[in-house]
Design a protein around this ligand. Structure first.
Ligand code: NAD
Ligand code: DAU
Length: 352
């Protein structure tokens, strides 16, 4: 049985990757390593928690002794690394937390992986380190006809993207220097269930529910390229199994939206679902001070992933957004527990 370590599995994207791998690959044992920060929530994984091929490990990727022991004990065949501080606004207030987890945490995992890889090589066994990164490392696009491709030069603009760019560079340096097999993917904005409501889409869903203002930074002109989270998890599966060692794959939905247009669409979907007159929720839209250094536009060209590995998104944006809204409306307890912080107290008692 292959042992796969997935880091950050209690978070938004990680929980979807864990669910996919645990259900699709009974021949793998999936280890979920997560520190359960404010963004980690084991309620995201209640449906797979009892699976025979799944183990949760509470731990911090920056804790070198703990990570080395975990790797020595379990001799993983592969690592899929998602654990990170992920929110741009938080990185503006506290960059060091991002340096610690995203840079030092990644290098700590790389060092443990390097030792394990050396051992596996002697035994003629394979090993892969898959690093999950973001399109934000490429910076901000200003020309409508431009798209991020895998060879676009890095130009990170926020402390978050600078920390992710740094981690990407370390991953590639380990491939070049120590010949450790790695693969990297850079994905655009995800949306879907279990998304922490500090990010635009779940924040707006929650605020519409509560009748609270919908804060739009600046004029709402910034553009993001949105991908359904399950399609990101499917892409990670394809890249982990079929990706070429040492390569980078961009993942995106060719689905660009100005923030203001997206929030208006969301308001209309919510009005229909809640039985409100159309236009009710749009009245909550409130323009607020812009994010410092706010990137104007991200847009991914995912041709390489589509043509070389045959990946395609499984849903349209309209379908995905509707599924997302339905999930939040059927899981209001999840949303209330997350916004009140109750989920953290519960799991802290279980795992302290
Ligand atoms: P998230 O914030 O929802 O989850 C991050 C998870 O990592 C949480 O469960 C948290 O507890 C865990 N974690 C944080 N610090 C840790 C540490 N020191 N040790 C162990 N675990 C720790 O993030 P997400 O949105 O699911 O993003 C996952 C990954 O995907 C990140 O690497 C992010 O950069 C990348 N990414 C995200 C998006 C997006 O739109 N959300 C898009 C592209 C790439
Ligand atoms: O592009 C991939 C990235 O997408 C990931 O790497 C990040 O982890 C993820 O958080 C996301 O970053 P963004 O900054 O694009 O996502 P966020 O949901 O925070 O914001 C989306 C857009 O909406 C952005 O232009 C800022 C704007 N915004 C956001 C919030 C939270 C608002 O106008 N108001 C808000 O309250």
């Amino acid at each position: 049985m292959k042992k796969i370590l997935i880091t950050g599995g209690a978070g938004f994207i990680g929980s979807h990757v864990i669910r996919l791998f645990v259900n699709k690959y009974p021949e793998y044992h999936i280890f979920n390593l997560d520190a359960l920060t404010y963004a980690g929530n084991l309620a995201n994984l209640e449906d797979v928690a009892q699976a025979k091929n799944y183990t949760f490990v509470k731990g911090d990727i920056t804790d070198e002794t703990f990570i080395n022991e975990l790797f020595e004990k379990n001799q993983f065949d592969g690592v899929i690394h998602l654990a990170a501080e992920s929110h741009v606004d938080r990185s503006i207030h506290d960059p060091m937390a991002f340096v610690k987890t995203n840079v030092i945490g990644t290098v700590t995992l790389l060092n443990a992986s390097r030792k394990l890889f050396a051992q596996k090589q002697k035994e003629n066994k394979s090993f892969l380190f898959y690093h999950v990164s973001t399109d934000e490392v490429y910076g901000s696009l200003h020309n409508e006809n431009e798209f991020f491709v895998e060879t676009t030069a890095y130009d990170p603009q926020s402390p978050y993207s600078a920390s992710k760019a740094s981690s990407d560079h370390f991953v590639r340096a380990y491939q070049n220097t120590y010949k450790m097999p790695v693969v990297v993917s850079n994905c655009s904005n995800n949306y879907g269930s279990h998304h922490f409501p500090e990010k635009l889409i779940p924040l707006c869903i929650q605020n519409i529910r509560m009748g609270k203002p919908l804060p739009i930074y600046g004029k709402g002109e910034n553009v993001r390229d949105w991908l359904f989270v399950i399609d990101h998890a499917r892409a990670i599966d394809v890249i982990f199994h079929k990706g070429k060692i040492g390569e980078t794959y961009n993942i995106g939905g060719i689905n660009e939206w100005k923030n203001i247009d997206l929030v208006r669409l969301l308001c209309d979907i919510m009005d229909k679902k809640l039985g409100n007159e159309i236009g009710t929720s749009q009245k909550l839209i409130t323009f607020v001070t812009d994010r410092a250094g706010h990137d104007l536009r991200y847009a991914i060209d995912a041709t390489k992933l589509r043509t070389e590995l045959g990946w395609e998104p499984s849903v349209t944006f309209e379908q995905g957004l509707e599924k997302t809204v339905d999930w939040y409306l059927h899981n209001q307890i999840w949303l209330d527990n997350v916004t009140s912080g109750a989920y953290q107290e519960y799991y802290e008692k279980q795992y302290s």
